[in-house]
Design a protein around this ligand. Structure first.
Ligand code: MLT
Ligand code: MN
Ligand code: ZN
Length: 306
């Protein structure tokens, strides 16, 4: 199985258009050694397969497709290597790119949970707007542990679980979460049984989430913030990471403590990294700490083979 990180950044990407935090300004003027990152998306296919499952459609999807030619195999006058799209939630950075993919002759094959479908047809009626273009062939994502597959993406199976993060700000349940607002997905190579657990938004590691993490060969999990008050201490927001659905890496009960408890053979990768996070600076103390703990930081173009 081949998994490619199309965008390793959180909402806003890195550098963010209006941001002059140490990382964003430092990336622009060359004083910080770091790679730019587009917004949150991955794609997956079996080794010998032609086509891909896309997870999330970021506002940067067109750039991501240009940067990763296998998504445009060029077999016909209009073509794509994307056979299905799975949404991890209804957040702006995970869904806005659907608009960018509207020039299709056929309906867009889309997998999302009921709460996300509701949000994307009401609070942010993006899927209704798309009905005036290609339209959507929507498939519900089961949350009962039943695996699902995407026709044309052979050799890969998906199992979703509901987890605690946060619905998008426009959602009527932003402050009253319902199961399915956010999901994690175990992506399994059906030929080998090897699997990745992917959860770009993860606020709390509940027992069923931990079970999925310990069962995976690779975990690709929420790397948004180093500290819970990162945005507050920079004067950029009044909200903590935990208020908006992200478990910080450092500190007691933080993501790094959890990752330390995984089997040594598990590959640990952080993704959905906010532009304020010091781990983006490849010379930072925080990045060195990750290296010492055997934790990787995802980047655009990163390929994970299983
Ligand atoms: C999040 O991950 O918390 C959101 O994507 C934030 C945003 O809307 O930019
Ligand atoms: Mn996000
Ligand atoms: Zn910034």
């Amino acid at each position: 199985m081949q998994l490619v990180v199309l965008g390793a950044g959180a909402g806003g990407g890195f550098p963010q258009w209006n941001c002059n935090c140490r990382n964003c300004a430092g990336l622009r003027d060359g004083s910080v050694r770091a790679r730019p990152r587009t917004q949150s998306s991955i794609c997956v296919r079996a080794d010998d397969a032609a086509d891909w499952a896309l997870f999330n459609t970021s506002p940067d999807i067109l750039q991501q497709i240009r940067q990763f030619p296998p998504l445009q195999p060029g077999r016909a006058i209009r073509d794509t290597g994307i056979r299905g799209i799975v949404l991890m939630d209804g957040q702006v950075d995970h869904t806005t790119g659907l608009y960018m993919l509207r020039e299709r002759g056929e309906k867009m094959p889309l997998w999302c949970t009921d709460p996300v479908f509701e949000d994307l047809t009401r609070g942010n009626p993006l899927l209704r707007v798309l009905e005036h273009f290609c339209g959507v062939d929507r498939h519900p994502v089961p949350l009962d542990g039943a695996p699902f597959t995407i026709p044309g993406v052979d050799g890969v199976a998906f199992t979703a679980l509901a987890l605690k993060s946060a619905a998008a700000p426009y959602s009527p349940h932003r402050n009253a979460p319902v199961p399915g607002d956010n999901i994690g997905v175990t992506i399994t190579d059906t030929a080998t049984g090897r699997c990745v657990f992917y959860a770009p938004g993860l606020a709390e590691i509940e027992p069923h989430v931990w079970q999925a993490m310990t069962a995976a060969d690779v975990v690709l999990v929420d790397g948004t913030f180093w500290t819970d008050d990162e945005m507050i201490s920079l004067g950029l927001s009044k909200k903590r990471g935990s208020d908006i659905g992200h478990l910080a890496q450092s500190g007691a009960g933080g993501m790094l403590e959890w990752l330390d408890e995984l089997p040594t053979a598990t590959r640990k990768v952080l993704i959905h990294i906010n532009n304020t996070n010091p781990i983006l600076d490849e010379d930072s103390r925080e990045r060195a700490e990750l290296e010492a703990r055997g934790v990787e930081v995802a980047y655009d173009g990163m390929e994970i083979r299983l």
